[in-house]
Ligand binder design. Sequence first.
Ligand code: ZN
Ligand code: ZN
Length: 178
Amino acid sequence: MELIHRSIPREFLDVLPDGMKFVHRHGNEFLVVEELRCPNGHSLMSDSVRIHDEPSIGITIHRGESRNRIYIDAFWGSHAKLFDFLIDDTHATMYADAVCPTCSVSLVVHGQCGAAGCDSERRIKLLLPRPGDFISACNRLGCPDHMIVVGGASPAVTALVSEINFFGYGDDEAFQGI
Ligand SMILES: [Zn+2]
Ligand SMILES: [Zn+2]
């Protein structure tokens, strides 16, 4: 899982939200998610599962009767993920029912997907520490749609940052949406 560098809009660094940090690795600059929370305030960061030497984002996915953990790379622009379960092709159009691993509150909200050809009307919403700031992603497995909303950043800047997150689309990981 090699880190691939994408440039970060300078304007975004001026309004860098709480819960995200700016790091240098191998001579390049990256945005890294430092803190995400459920609506009840529990941290979703997993210090025990580290990806690229940073805590990963850990959420629980309900699938039928089973509950499974998924760990997402905190590096913005990387889509490396570790699963504690296997996804097979029969679940290619599954919609992820994501909950907080601590209190099981739903992380899914209503919201139309922006990706062409995707009919999902639900999104996974992960809260940054400052009220009103959040990251959200389409809840359909395999859909690359996702975005960041940060107070003080113009829509044009957040759109640029959200596009960085599209990197990795087309790889064979099943959960590309986050
Ligand atoms: Zn919680
Ligand atoms: Zn979608």
